[in-house]
Design a protein around this ligand. Sequence first.
Ligand code: UCC
Ligand code: FAD
Length: 584
Amino acid sequence: ARSIERLPYAKARTGIFVQEEPDWPNAYTSNPFVRRNLARLCPPPVLESIEPDLEGFGQRVSTDIWSLGRECEDNPPYLKQTNAWGRRVDEIVTCPAWRAQKAIAAQEGLVAIAYERNQAEYSRIYQAVKLFMYGPASGLYCCPLAMTDGAAQTLQAHQVDLPEAWAHLTSRDPAQFWTSGQWMTEKRGGSDVAHGTETLAVPTDQPGLFHLHGYKWFSSATDADMTLALARIVDGQGQSVAGNKGISMFFVKVRDAQGRLNGIEVCKLKNKLGTRQLPTAELLLDGTVAELVSSPGRGIPSIASMLTITRLHNILNSVSYPRRMITLARDYAMKRTAFGQPIAQKVLHAQTLARMEVEIRGCECLMLDIARMIGLDDVHHISDQDSLILRIMTPVAKLYTAKQSVALNSEGLECFGGQGYIEDTGLPGMLRDSQVLPIWEGTSNVMSLDVIRALIKTNGEALQAFEARVSAVAGLASKSNLGTIQESAEAIRKSARAILHFATERPDQLEKASRDLSVSLAHTYIATLLTEHALSEFASESDVVTLRHWLQRDLSPVSTKFSQGVYEDDVKSYQSLVFDGYNP
Ligand code: UCC
Ligand code: FAD
């Protein structure tokens, strides 16, 4: 009997080995790459003024805020449609942790920082780095913050005189802070808004005030205080203009002073693959009082200001999730032993982690550069060149980082073996949640077409600005003593020229090449940013190694594919493949 007691699995014991768990340290201090880039991008006094806050917040996101985020995941919102007596109440019940996230967001200035502008043009980068750290711990509260920031930016850009809303959106006081929604998508379509929008805006007796009637098919963070919504104004005969010229943008307060919904019925909460912490509803608008805030018929171009900001947030969160995953995976690699060694010692596992690290660093550089340019735009100091680059690189960065997010989170899960698939590690939710990033705020194809729109609308100047920026960095890099940087000079110059050449010479092929063109712009621009960083006094040896690895990829797949004749295929040839055997 005594010898049985000594056996590890006897008497219901589960064995003596317990795997040491991976740690998520301070999200700021554990990311030296972002810190070195910040040091390059911000003048020393600015860095000194923001670093204590970044370090403190980096600690919070990996401790108390992370716990709140987990609570949001464990207690998803639900819809209480009627009260006990059958009266319709349409209450979206959220958990205390979700509401605590709102208070934290206000106190930490996660929206306000960008509008207080205490760091002038660097305020956006400061805000962006906080949001980047916050994402994975936010329990998806990052989503309402994106739309809130987008709404504030839109009101400001269009000089909309709504002082009450403005003060609430940019407040640091949890009791005053408002969040905003963004109601665009309807049943007929979310990409093709011009033909999807059926919501009608009927004028009231009061100038500028309308009643909305329609059905909003996806509305996220429906517990928001206000929203910007698209609808078609009808004239006295009940007629409206078709297509995008008939769409206008409206400001809607979700509830009245008594807390009653403003002519809104919450018909359903969506049952989603991920982002379950976030209430996403189908809404019937039936006489919703709304204030016109764009010129009539200018709804789509007006809401484009919101899209630039929400797409920046999409980028920040796309990068933030895999950064957390990789940080955990590298710690786990030191703690997990297989075949006699910590897996960090196995060359193939180290290579897997290194490839992820290179990819995420590239995305981090891109994310910081977009924030840099938006910051300059905010204070009207942006150069013409940056303005053009910002226009074309925003959809590129949204597309690229979102796709990488899904791929890296998937690879990241595998780094934990079977444990990566286990819910209470908190890892699977990151993969589930990231799958939405390529879809909302415009799918990858819609982003690719936006790149082409930017090219055409600027008469090709956006691409010329891109090429000029790449060439300027290449010029500096060619004088470097380091072989990797010299090599990069040649590679980025060649790639940017090839992209420009293809786009100029083959406008007929732009649509089908637009996905590859976007990836080429991302690869080449990131190589340029990594080169610029490697040239700076803030670069470490590992930043040069990052560049060397980045250059191992095809910087311009669009040119490679073009030379292979890939774009000779037309819609008919693709269809013959896809619809082989299709018999509806
Ligand atoms: O998904 C959503 C919210 C999810 C929750 C928030 C998450 C935030 C991230 C947080 C991370 C955790 S809200 C729904 C988002 N929906 C979309 O993104 C719509 C996708 N579709 C598009 O982006 C389309 O490209 C449209 C609808 C914007 C435009 O399509 P059209 O009808 O073909 O457009 P046109 O005719 O080419 O353009 C109409 C006008 C033009 O201006 P004008 O009239 O002056 O010539 C365009 O130049 O709009 C202008 N325009 C733009 N301007 C179109 N796109 C842009 C742009 N990106 N920037 C500037
Ligand atoms: P579709 O337009 O039907 O697209 C189907 C496919 O066709 C896609 O692969 C697309 O890339 C492709 N496609 C479409 N047009 C073209 C083209 N011209 N060329 C090539 N390919 C094309 N919307 C809001 O307004 N507010 C919200 O708060 C909101 N929250 C959301 C929350 C979640 C969780 C989700 C999943 C969506 C949310 N949306 C919201 C809607 C979202 O913005 C749309 O689903 C998205 O823009 C895509 O539109 P769609 O669903 O109509 O897809």
